[in-house]
Design a protein around this ligand. Structure first.
Ligand SMILES: Nc1ncnc2c1ncn2[C@@H]1O[C@H](COP(=O)(O)OP(=O)(O)O)[C@@H](O)[C@H]1O
Ligand SMILES: [Mg+2]
Length: 245
């Protein structure tokens, strides 16, 4: 059995006042799948992720995790945000151990080692680089051995090189642990590097979907990789421009 759990959102509608952000959206991820959602800024990606995480409720439609309707937070799901959200008054190790039972605290050191920060357990978050802070945020999410990892542009604020490193790290951790991933990004290259499937969110719905059938890790220079990135970029831009016009 895969440690990953399936998630399925159907007919999701979410409006803020008169502004309809999600207009009957369907999206699903199979156990252990890595699904990436791309879309331009303001298209409703974070709104969708909050709904999948149970941090917000749809006006209409339903989210099911492991076949059960989601009511509040799913216990075996974790979310990583762009800003990491570490607690500045706790050292790195304590941030990672947050929420673990006393029997599980050894996991904190394990996952810190997995993200390459075993030595930084006693440091304050403030002295870490942006990339290191996101690795701590990732370690904190993984410490609980989640079955579902929801990622809202977790690499969005990192420089290009750190971003590439972190993509590799995320891929390795996902391959090793087998959880289901839903990653939100505006970066199509990142989407193709990581996703089994790439989904285009626009106008409150899924307007495009691509299966990425390339061996991992996915070398950037590879012709198939570049072609798929170009194809998705062109399609996404054509659709988005049609909507904005
Ligand atoms: N709590 C809220 N109240 C009012 N409007 C919101 C709220 N959350 C998001 N929105 C609006 O919904 C739209 C989509 O936002 P968001 O999901 O954050 O987009 P993305 O993550 O794709 O950039 C935006 O127009 C945003 O202003
Ligand atoms: Mg967002």
């Amino acid at each position: 059995m895969s440690p990953g759990v399936d998630i399925e959102a159907s007919g999701i509608r979410r409006a803020f006042g008169s502004k309809v952000v999600l207009a009957g959206l369907d999206i699903a991820a199979a156990p252990g799948e890595f699904v990436v959602v791309v879309g331009r800024s303001g298209c409703g990606k974070s709104t969708l992720l909050r709904l999948l995480a149970g941090l917000d409720k749809p006006d209409d439609g339903e989210v099911r995790v492991g076949g059960e309707p989601l009511r509040g937070l799913y216990p075996a799901a974790r979310v990583v945000f762009q800003d990491g959200r570490l607690l500045p008054w706790l050292r790195v190790g304590a941030n990672v151990a947050l929420g673990l039972s006393s029997r599980e605290t050894h996991r904190a050191a394990e996952v810190l080692a997995e993200v390459g920060l075993a030595e930084r357990s006693h440091d304050w978050p403030a002295i870490l680089s942006g990339g290191q802070r996101q690795r701590v945020a990732l370690a904190r999410a993984l410490a609980a051995s989640p079955r579902l990892l929801l990622l809202d542009e977790p690499l969005g604020s990192l420089d290009a090189l750190t971003r590439l490193e972190m993509q590799r790290l995320l891929e390795r951790l996902w391959q090793r642990a087998g959880f289901t991933s839903v990653l939100i990004t505006h970066d199509v290259e990142e989407a193709v590097a990581l996703g089994n499937r790439v989904i285009h969110l626009a106008n409150g719905r899924v307007l495009g979907e691509w299966v990425v059938d390339l061996p991992r890790p996915r070398p950037r220079g590879n012709a198939q990789f570049t072609e798929l990135v170009q194809h998705i970029l062109e399609t996404v831009m054509r659709i988005d421009q049609g909507i904005l016009r």
